[in-house]
Ligand binder design. Structure first.
Ligand code: GLN
Length: 540
């Protein structure tokens, strides 16, 4: 008898030649197309580094740390998965080598291996296989797409490729390997080159894995000859050579992949029907709006990682979703908070339709953020503060309105006489850094007759968190008396989660991260309303 587990199909996505080819977007696009055909799909990322999770990684190293509902600190690709599929991911969707080894070593210490020598094969590979198949349990999904981080040929990704080889052998036609490579264009030779792809597939073959489908990232269209050449050298049929051409928006990739028939080829190889085409109407209408904006606004994004857009990935994507909803193109001006001074403040902020002050940790760039907020508050520029951005808004207000010139967060100044932002009680005894913040979804109750209530159009919400510090309730009365109101409160812990300023067109701060929940199908209401206000501000 076929158990439900046996009906789940597994698709593995590997990458060759170089990193940054867009495996995450290809995985998410294929998942989108399968979802649009009515299948239940989830995507998982396996990261070959030793950190247990990216929570302890500097954003310069690995971009944004994305947080799931269940409080997992994960790779930013999970953000793409959620934004494309509009379904939540969880801890099980992101596994690192560190986590694999941790779990094997814990088993060894418990004595679970009964005296065996614990080795990479089979113990590490078994653990990898277990993490992959876990998502397929209980017939939850028709497809589990597993993206392997890194590049084939790296020493650290070897156990993952070996695990795929074993699973291919065990699962047969229930599994599929898609290999993403680069087909570079050499301008001197005026030619696309297939050799890197050939070598990359050879490396896969050395490890015993023959890719079923090749997705070739390229700057120029692949002609029939190139496709045939790749097919010939890499043992795939020519229809399995898929072009992935550079495009100006990641949201176009599902449509490009549909044109290249990636979903169809994959389904055929898995012996599944291809008769019902994917329904992408809503996606297409999002794209139409994205490509035909009626207006344009410029928003200042104030943060300290301006050289690296990936550090604010989810915020930038949320702004795109919100802009598209308002039929408006959002131009983002990255403002380095460390470079803001009283002297250049006006020049920096002048002409902006709105300012968003980003989340962050540590005191680098703090005073610049506070200056920017002060300018937005006094000049009635729409302001949106997220996590540290909200905390900075309260510091600014305390110093300049409540007349507490030394007010600060104890994160930056432990000795401040006015700790208006202070470490949470439950965080005080925690000394280790990894996975110990207030993480994941928490409920929040919104007060009636507030802007926030109008924006959400409901009273009870949940939003995702990632922080250690909170608003010190001892100062709340003073803030409220001067017009900075707490409009969203955690009902159990009585923590301030949302603030808004009276007598200002749009001045709102949130302790949580709304950017983790904005998707193409469901743009986040706070971002949508913020952009709406920015548009009317810029029209004034
Ligand atoms: N550093 C602040 C805290 O820990 C804010 C965190 C954030 O912006 N994510 O509370």
């Amino acid at each position: 008898m076929v158990t439900p587990k046996d009906t789940t199909k597994y698709i593995f996505v590997t990458g060759g030649v170089t990193s940054s080819l867009g495996k995450g977007i290809i995985s998410a696009s294929l998942a989108k197309l399968l979802q649009a055909r009515g299948y239940r799909v989830t995507i998982q990322k396996l990261d070959p580094y030793i950190n247990i999770d990216p929570g302890t990684l500097n954003p310069y190293e690995h971009g944004e740390c994305y947080v799931t509902e269940d409080g997992a600190e994960t790779d930013l690709d999970l953000g793409h998965y959620e934004r494309f599929l509009n379904t939540p991911t969880s801890q099980a969707n992101n596994v690192t080598t560190g986590r694999i080894y941790q779990s094997v070593i814990e088993k060894e210490r418990r004595g679970d291996y009964l005296g065996e020598t614990v080795q990479v094969i089979p113990h590490i590979t078994d653990e990898i296989k277990h993490c992959i198949q876990l998502l397929g349990e209980n017939n939850q999904y028709d497809f589990v797409i597993t993206e392997i981080g890194g590049t084939v040929g790296d020493i650290e990704s070897l156990p993952y490729i070996e695990a795929i080889r074993q699973l291919r052998w065990e699962m047969g036609r229930r599994s599929l390997v898609i290999h993403l490579t680069l087909v570079p264009y050499l301008s001197a030779a005026k030619e696309l080159k297939t050799k890197p792809t050939q070598h990359s597939v050879k490396t896969m073959l050395e490890y015993g894995v023959q890719p079923d489908i090749l997705v070739c990232r390229t700057e120029r269209p692949l002609n029939e000859n190139i496709r045939k050449k790749i097919a010939l050298f890499c043992n795939v049929d020519v229809t399995s050579v898929i072009e992935s051409i550079d495009t100006n928006s990641i949201y176009k990739v599902p449509v490009l992949m549909r044109e290249e028939k990636l979903d169809k080829v994959a389904l055929k190889k898995l012996n599944l029907p291809v008769s019902t085409p994917p329904v992408l109407e809503n996606w297409q209408s999002f794209l139409n709006k994205l490509e035909n904006p009626k207006k344009i606004v410029e928003i200042g994004l104030v943060g300290k990682y301006v050289e690296l857009m990936d550090a604010y990935k989810s915020i930038i994507e949320s702004l795109i979703h919100a802009g598209t909803t308002n039929e408006c193109q959002v131009k983002i001006k990255m403002i380095h908070s460390e470079h803001i001074t009283q002297e250049n403040l006006e020049n920096t902020m002048k002409g902006l339709a709105g300012a968003l002050v980003a989340p962050g940790f540590g005191d680098r760039g703090i005073e610049g953020k506070i200056l920017a907020i002060n300018f937005a508050r006094e000049n009635r520029i729409p302001f949106f503060g997220i996590c540290l951005g909200m905390q900075c808004a309260m510091i600014e207000f305390a110093r300049n309105v409540l007349n507490l010139p030394e007010a600060h967060s104890t994160e930056m100044d432990p000795a401040t006489p006015d700790p208006i932002i202070d470490i949470m009680e439950e965080q005080k005894k925690i000394t280790i850094k990894g996975g110990t913040m207030r993480l994941g979804a928490y409920p929040c109750t919104i007060k009636d007759n507030t802007k926030t209530r109008k924006i959400y159009n409901k009273t009870d919400i949940t939003e995702r968190h990632r922080h250690r510090y909170e608003v010190n309730n001892e100062y709340l009365e003073a803030f409220e008396k001067h017009g900075l109101k707490a409009t969203g409160i955690n009902p159990q812990a009585n923590l301030v989660e949302i603030i808004e300023l009276e007598d200002h067109p749009w001045f709102l701060g949130v302790q949580f991260h709304p950017e983790y929940k904005s998707t193409v199908a469901s743009p986040h209401p706070l971002f949508v309303d913020f952009i709406k206000e920015c548009i009317s501000h810029s029209e004034k």
